[in-house]
Each structure stands twice: as structure tokens, then as C-alpha cells.
Design a protein around this ligand. Sequence first.
Ligand SMILES: [Ca+2]
Length: 441
Amino acid sequence: MHVRVIAAVVAVSGAMAAAAAPVSSLRPEGRPPLDAQQADSYQITAVSALRPVSRPIVSPQMSPGQVAANQNFQVWINGFRKRASAKGISSATLNRAFKGVTYDPEVIRRDRNQSEFTKTIWQYLDSAVSDKRIKNGKKALRQQRQRLERIEAQYGVDKEVVLAIWGLESSYGTYRGDMDVVRSLATLAFDGRRGRFFESQLIAALKILQSGDVPPRKMTGSWAGAMGHTQFIPTSYLAYAVDFTGDGRRDIWSDNPSDALASTAAYLARFGWVKGQPWGVEVTLAPGFNYGLAKRSVKKNPSDWAVLGVKGVDGRAVPNYGQGSILLPAGGNGAAFMIFKNFSVIERYNAADAYVIGVGHLSDRIKGGKPIQAMWPQGDRSLTTRERKEMQRRLTRQGFNTQGVDGNIGPNTIAAVRAYQVANGLVPDGHASFKLLKRLR
Ligand SMILES: [Ca+2]
């Protein structure tokens, strides 16, 4: 439920997912990162000591520019109150929610301060599935086993996957975010860069307050309003959060992660999780493999893939987990995966391939699975938006039409890359790499 490389972000109906965007953080897209996400420490036993104390809703000192912004912000709130009451938010809720709330320059600073450079899949996995995060995941599994097994029994979602999402979203509850959600979302909605999206999240946040699940100043989260152990955005909370403890509140904020983990399982169950099916498995491709088959729309049974030279890293045909597609996240020179239905279920949480592979692989490693066997193309790097546009311009100019120059690598650009690769005797993996851009230059 987060964003980076914001240009490509689109809110998806009621889901946490957003359109695929390049990876630049642990939360590749859809939702913004928590500040401390890189420091993947884990202290579940001491978590109450680390419990985020909500930042004050008034900034200690504002510059003259910020004072002016706050004056406009207060005017904006007055206008917003009318729109909110038209959507069923009572004036009592609005009064409680906005009491003392000021413009938050820090939220805007973070919104603007997002890196253009995106991580490669292997850089992402180094952090998302670090030894420390695996170790802390195993520890969390030992400590939370009973709770996780009850959730697994109720929702039919494998506990290691729920655990892996918890591990990536908040380092197993350590970093849940201490920003005041009403203040952050109101500031972002007022700011207007993605105003419509954030205003709809703010309305959803007010509905949560109105339901009594949490008091206003306890509703904390990331700077862009992702909340609790598994970082639900407000619209996802309204649609999918559950009260697993039975106390009448869907409490995803407190130290007890039960409701948050059950809500995550409920979310995955809702989108069709198949219990016991892997997200994907690493495979090898025989020499001469037709790279044109490595796309999501081509689905085959593992035995049919085996005939085409796709096998598990143990050299045997992949067991019959159902129909799968071949995914090459770094092109023909990196690891290859056969991915199954559950891949697209995790995608509903966050649509970036890197995120899904990160969750899936972390869950495998927590279960004691092996590291990814293939080498990654370490010398390569991902492209900036400017470079992606440059590649599209150069391809089109050389007769491989990308149907536009928008900096997004979609099906048309991939097809143009493939056509260029075929015409130039390269491995036609359709991968828009820096190496390829250098060649186009
Ligand atoms: Ca509860």
C-alpha cells in the first residue's frame, strides 16, 4: 500500500495495490516507505518500549512560508468539511478529528524527497530478504506460532506469507509509523499533487474514526497514511480489516498484532489465495528457450513447461502446482521463476514484481528454503524515468515503435525491445536494461 516513483501510481478500487512502478524501496509502489524500514531490526518482545509515540499535531516552529501554508490549509479544511459531511461524516467526528491539526511540512518534504533512482531486483532483495530479516522472521514464527496457526486455520492463508508481509511492511511490528494519519492525509489532500487519492483516503480515515475502532490521535501511520503492523491504507482497512481478538475493535495499531495479521490473511483470502501453492519457484531455462513465452499471458502446466526446457533448479520438472507463467525479473541474464496464481494474489497487496518476489522468497526462507541460485547481472542497473524515455525515443527512431514516450515500460515498449533484440541477434528477453540503452546510443 505505498508509493515511490510516484508518477506511475494509481489507486486501485478498494485494494492496496497500485499500478506497477519501478522499485526504489522496500515498498516499491502504491505506498510510501516508513523511515526506518531499512533498519530491519526486530524486537517483538520489547516492542512496547519502542511503541511509536504519535508526533504532535502542531509543528513546534513554522517558517513564515509554512505559517502561510497553514492558513490556507485551515481554509481548505473548512471546504473539505462540507464534502466530508456530504459523504456521511458527522460534524462531531470532524470536530474531534481536526481539533488542533495543522499543516505538516514534514509530510510534504518526504513526498518531494523521493529518489528518482530505482533499485534493481537484486538490490531490493538484498534488503527485503536480508539474513537479518530471515532470522527475525524465524524468531517471530517461534514467538507467534499459535496466533499465526489460528489465523491460518481460519483464513486458509499460509502463515509464512502473512509473516513475510509483516516483515516487509513494518519489520515485524517494529516500525509501524508515528505520523498522525488525519494530519498527514489532510496535508497531502490539501497539497494536491495527488489530491483526489489522498482526499478519498482521508474520508476513509474519518469513517474509521466514526466507527470507534480507534481514537483520532492514536490513528498513526506512515507519512502517507499506511497504518499499523501491515500498513493498511484507510480504504483497505474499511474493506478488509477484521476483529480477530473479538473485543469489538479492528485494532491494527496496538502492540498485539492479531487483528493486523488476521486482516492481512483476510485480504489475501479475499483475492483467492490457494493454500499450500507456492507463489513461484526458481527454474532454469534450456538453451534455445523461446523467450517470447516468458510473459504473464502465457500459462502452462509445469509438465508442459518441462517439455519446453523449463525445469526446477534441481533439474527435475516442477511439481504440478497448477498453471504457471515464466517471469524473468532481470531479463535473460538473471534468475527465472515459474509463478502461480498466488503470485497475483500477493500482487493485490502491492503490484510491483520485486515486492511480490520479496514476500514470496522471504516466506520460503523463513520455512528454511534455499537462497535464489542464479546469478544476477550485477553490472547492470535500472533506468531512471529520463533514461526510460530516452530508450523509447531511440527505439522508435530506429524503427521499433514504442507507441509513445512516457517513461513507463509497458507491453508496447517490451515488444519494441524484443523486436530490436531479434533484429540484432540478442537474447530476446524484452528487458529494458541499462546495457541495452548503452547499445542504442
Ligand atoms: Ca480486536
